[in-house]
Design a protein around this ligand. Structure first.
Ligand SMILES: C[S@@+](CC[C@H](N)C(=O)[O-])C[C@H]1O[C@@H](n2cnc3c(N)ncnc32)[C@H](O)[C@@H]1O
Length: 233
């Protein structure tokens, strides 16, 4: 419990020291401008970014739709657009929209990305995607009123609220053969997450993991289990 608290505070201090005029940072081949009150790419971002970077750009991706939930600066959305996907990026933080637009322009993929403001899948009701990415907030803390940045780590009561809702809803937003790729922390009970994957009919596996002082970060991928259809006579 103590370590969770310290971890949260540590991140908060690092992130809140961002100034309005931050300099461009280089992440892989991208140039990203961090913005005030928007989550600055960090270790969890790099875990998912490195994996997605290893995917080959494909002409087939031109027809593929990706959804980047909780996009922050838009770094993952921009990467996916560079890989050829048509991307929708969402965030509950209104400051994220401008930041993403800026970063999409800097990296010359603005026409491939649409930003929608809102909670998880609410802004994309009735749409389906080939790839859904999410680096979710997961600390068991309440967001501070008026502090958009605190939404980046507040995972609601017990820290699992956002992850659980994401997993329960994800199958309805996946195209056939679609997949989810998301970041998970050892602070959030990996076994429980894998159990929920099973319960909602998603076959999940850990792709990568990275150890840090207070936690281990996992990168998880999942795709819908084959539907078992019973023939009627
Ligand atoms: C850990 S940050 C990740 C940001 C970015 N994807 C990255 O990897 O650097 C989590 C992001 O999710 C957003 N977020 C938090 N709760 C959300 C919700 N219910 N629906 C959509 N976005 C949410 C936060 O505002 C924040 O931008």
């Amino acid at each position: 419990m103590q370590s969770k608290k310290l971890f949260g505070q540590d991140r908060e201090v690092k992130q809140s020291s961002q100034s309005e005029n931050e300099k461009l940072i280089k992440i892989g081949d991208l140039k990203i401008l961090p913005c005030k009150q928007v989550y600055k790419p960090s270790d969890d971002t790099f875990l998912i970014f490195d994996y997605l970077s290893s995917l080959k750009p494909s002409l087939k991706n031109e027809q593929r739709k990706a959804l980047d939930l909780g996009t922050g600066t838009g770094v993952i959305a921009v990467l996916l657009a560079k890989k050829g996907f048509t991307v929708t990026a969402t965030d509950i933080n209104p400051k994220s929209g401008n930041c993403l637009k800026l970063n999409a322009s800097i990296n010359k993929v603005a026409r491939k990305i649409t930003f929608k403001l809102g909670n998880l899948f609410e802004p994309v009701k009735k749409e389906k995607f080939d790839l859904i990415t999410f680096n979710p907030p997961y600390l068991p803390i309440k967001p501070n009123k008026g502090d958009y940045l605190s939404l980046a780590w507040s995972g609601g009561c017990g820290g699992r609220e956002i992850i659980d809702t994401f997993l329960e809803k994800a199958p309805s937003y996946l195209r056939k053969k679609g997949k989810i790729v998301f970041v998970h922390s050892s602070l959030n009970n990996l076994e429980k997450t894998l159990e929920i994957c099973k319960k909602v009919g998603i076959k999940c596996k850990v792709l990568r993991e990275k150890k840090f002082f207070f936690e281990t970060l996992y990168l998880i991928t999942g795709k819908p289990e084959m539907e078992v259809t019973l023939s009627k006579h």
